[in-house]
Structures are given as C-alpha cells and as structure tokens.
Design a protein around this ligand. Sequence first.
Ligand code: PGA
Ligand code: ZN
Length: 439
Amino acid sequence: MSAAARIESIQAREVLDSRGRPTVEVEISVAGGWVGSAIVPSGASTGSHEAVELRDGDLRRLRGRGVRQAVGNINHLIAPHLVGQDAANQVTIDALLISLDGTRNKSRLGANAILGVSLAAARAAASAMRLPLWRYLGQGRVLPLPMINVISGGLHASHNLDFQDFMIMPVGAASYSRALEMSLEVHWAVHDLLLERELSTLKADEGGFGPALPDNRAALDLLMAAVERAGYRPGDEIAFALDAAATHFYRPEQGRYDLASEGRMCDVSELIDLLAAWVANYPIVSIEDGLAEDDWAGWRELTDRLGGAVQLVGDDLFTTNPQRVRQGVDQGIANAVLVKMNQIGTLTETLAVIRLAREAGYRPVISARSGETEDSTIADLAVATNAGQIKIGSLAQSERLAKYNQLLRIEDALGAEAQFAGWRDLSPAGSRSAGSAVG
Ligand code: PGA
Ligand code: ZN
C-alpha cells in the first residue's frame, strides 16, 4: 500500500488517570517515522448505556481496576489487523475495530481499547500530514463557550451535595481567552468566600470546590455571591449551568429521587418544580441530566416545562449513542447532547453523533470525563466541529488545564480568523437569552 500514513506499529500500555486509576495509552507509528498517541478518559458517574470500559476485575491487583486485558487486546488482537492500513482512513479503521469487536456495546475488546486506537490513528495521520489535530479533523474556526465547574457534589465529591456540577458560563465574554479570565476571577472569589465562611477549599475530582454546604441551593447562592464579588452581572456576563447527574440519586425501587442533603425524597414532578423554581430565581441557562437516564416520561415533562427556557443536556440519557439520541429527537426530549467519546468508543461514531444532533437542532456539548489525563483531544474536537460548547471541569488541575490551554493555543494559531461561540450565537434550543435570565 502506498498510503502516506501507513501504520507500521501499534503499542498500548497501562498508564494512570487523574484519579490515579489505570487507563489505556496507545501509540501508533506510521510511515516516515511519525507517531500519534492517545490516552483514554474514564467516568465515575457513568450511564448504564455507555459502551463497556474493560477492566481486569482481578481483585488481587489494583482492586480489579487494571486494564491489562484491554492493553493485551490492542497489542495482540487489534494490532495485527491494523498494521498496513492507512491511518488517515479513519472510517475504515473504526469500522474494522467495530467488526473485530463484534458486540453491540464494545464489550469484547473494550471501548477503552477501541477508542485509544481510534484516536491514536487520527493523531498519527495528522502528524504525518504536519497538521495540528484540530486542522486535520475539520474546517472549524469557532472556539467553544466553556461550561466551567466551580462547585462539585455527588459522586465526584463524596456526596456533600446531591447535584454533581454547579458551573458557570461566561456568556458575556467576547473571546475564549477573556472567558477564561472572567471564570478565573469567579473561581477565586468562591475560594475567598469559602475561607471567610470557614468552609473547606479542598477540591473534588474535576477540580471544583467540594465544601460541605447545607443544601443544593446554598451552592447556587454561593455562586451568586462569587459572581458579584468578582464584579460581574449574573446572567448578563456570567450565567449558571447545572449537571444534576440525577441517575445517581434516583431510587428505581421507589420511583423517586433521593435528595439526601435536603433530607427528602421527591417524585418526578416535585423535582421538576424544584428545577423550575431555581431557573426562575437564578441565571441558569443549562441543566444536564435533570432526571434519570431511563425516565423518558419524566424527561418529556421536564422538556415541556423548561425546554423553551433553558438548554436541557442529555448525558446519561443519551450516552453519545445515536440510537438514544434518535429516540430523544423523535420524542422531543431534551435539546442538547453531551458528547463523550468513550461513551460510544470511536472517533467516527462521535462525529456522527455530533452531526445527528446538529441536524435535529440539538446542540452538541463536547465533554471530558471525571477521570482525565494530559490528553487534550477534546479541545481539538470542539474547534474542528464548531461544536460551540465544551465542558472540561474546573480551572484547576493539569488534566483539565491541558484542554483549556490547548484551546488558548488554537485561539492563538487562528489569530484574526478565530471566532468565539457566544451564547446568543448558538443555534436552536434553550432560546432564553442569557441577559434576561435573572428573575
Ligand atoms: P463522569 O462525570 O465522567 O464521572 O461521568 C461527568 C458528567 O457527568 O458529566
Ligand atoms: Zn453529566
């Protein structure tokens, strides 16, 4: 084969993620001595419809969390089939990976094994073409509006709060770099307020603060105080976004949601009432996983009630899976899709879900996982696809900053060509203008 990016070797190994847990790294060498590598992220508040992350399960080693099987699958089962292929032929490579696996949820070879190879191939092809990944992947010029974690709860912070992410969106920023500056000032203001109130400033999994607050609403009040302390107008300049991650406090046996930090169980209508009250009282423009992953009837009610006012993002609901996104679109549920590459397992399928969401008028939000690494692929993906929004975590910890910093580099490289996705520029969904959000 005369392909410029002919794969010569594939080498996988076990490395560690930001929680110190094993994950898969893959290096692919192509003709000409070019190399591409990728490291796969890992979730904690995972959805049950995600592609399968293969863990060794051998309790004698690393509590069963090792990924030696996934690594072995790459080195011994996948590599022999891919050597000689053109790394630039992403669709062919991903189709080969999917057929080698042969299962519906990538449980044989492991979605962690498959995604590592898929991304390393893209990186190897990009380097062989002397292109940065974002240029190799697409024509995009739009820096995404970040959704930045400030206060963490749920599974990422030992259940101090029921809701998982209390985030800010710097909707008043005119550029990506300015958006980061504004967000840092709010992040630091939260830090000062926590010290003044003698609350913990320790960080949760995604680098957000994980203080022991009396209830979920106290986190919103703290954010309000911090935005004002930093000198910004809530709503106009800094809006709020939530990830309830409600799957993880849903109790299927009772069909109710357990707001443990508030000492009450509520049914679906009560939880929607609570969210609606918050939307009325705080500058919230986006709510992710407001209800549990399979509560389709509840989601319908949630979308009817709030879908015209705010962005409703499906994470555990959709799991970056085209069938589930299609079902949501057909039923008019949610209006945005969280895109996590390891929920589906290949780059080609990820790009297809982004396309599918767009065509249906649903906004894509490119997202990291709570277990991350120095791999910054999602930054490149967000720009290449003009996704418009990205969710990386807090402005702390190098596994998060690897992505935020990569976006600064891309902004710099684009220079005058760089565009920034302001809230108002984002097409359909969540029609509420950020400026009118308070009240
Ligand atoms: P996870 O969290 O990576 O632990 O799933 C991120 C999210 O829920 O959005
Ligand atoms: Zn989520």
